[in-house]
Design a protein around this ligand. Structure first.
Ligand SMILES: [Zn+2]
Length: 235
């Protein structure tokens, strides 16, 4: 993973320079056919690029997976709209040059294999970066609300109404999902399901395993005399 710092000192967001304590990470996709992180780095280093108040913490190149950091991780960004800016670090993945947006999140693609390769490159780099940031800030990637997409942020009522990055994955027929992304980040960190926080984990107590259903039923009937919640689980 290669991270280059090109802090956007000319962006109004940087000039406001509000410190914040990150509670999670939000994954974005740029929503236009520009694979180069360098282009965005230059664009974001404006007072207000395209007249919009916008600045993300990092952007990932879709050609080589290189990451450019645009804001200090502990400076409040302008990326998600809503309250997510107060809680989440925002990272954009660049998108293939060979797609063309037609309306909203809908696009056509002139070179599917290249587009998928670009998408995969940015995804893999995002997994590495999110694993690095989770370790840096002590986040559990599998805990609820820690890693979210912009799209999920909107559903949770903490971000503006965008469909990224799931719209890109769907449009290119990728097998990616945010649940899969969180699992991939966890795997990159060496975190397993057993490390889930106690409020979501379930610890099963097994007291027997039987090849015969009748024997299992007889046994669970005995156990139920003392522990009425006992049940049979077939695995
Ligand atoms: Zn977004």
């Amino acid at each position: 993973m290669k991270i280059t710092e090109k802090v956007c000192t000319k962006n109004q967001c940087y000039q406001v320079g509000k410190a914040f304590t990150p509670k999670g990470l939000m994954l974005h996709s740029v929503g236009c056919n520009q694979p180069s992180a360098e282009v965005f780095a230059a664009q974001f280093n404006n007072y207000q690029p395209n007249g919009q108040q916008i600045c993300v913490h990092g952007v990932i190149d879709a050609n080589n997976g290189d990451i450019i950091q645009l804001l200090p991780w502990t400076m409040r960004g302008w990326h998600g709209g809503g309250t997510s800016n107060d809680t989440h670090i925002g990272v954009e993945m660049c998108e293939p040059a060979c797609i063309k947006y037609t309306q909203g999140a809908t696009f056509t693609c002139s070179d599917l294999s290249t587009a998928r390769k670009n998408c995969e490159t940015a995804y893999n780099s995002a997994v590495e970066l999110f694993a690095y940031l989770c370790k840096k800030f002590g986040f559990n990637p599998l805990a609820d609300g820690v890693i979210v997409s912009h799209c999920e942020g909107h559903k949770r009522g903490i971000a503006s109404n965008h469909g990224d990055p799931e719209h890109l994955w769907r449009g290119l027929g990728m097998s990616y999902s945010m649940d899969g992304f969180r699992r991939d980040v966890a795997a990159a960190m060496g975190v397993t399901a057993a490390d889930k926080p106690a409020d979501t984990a379930k610890y099963y107590v097994q007291v027997g395993a039987f090849a015969s259903k009748a024997n299992a039923e007889a046994y669970v009937a005995e156990v139920k005399k003392k522990y009425p919640d006992a049940f049979i689980k077939i695995i």
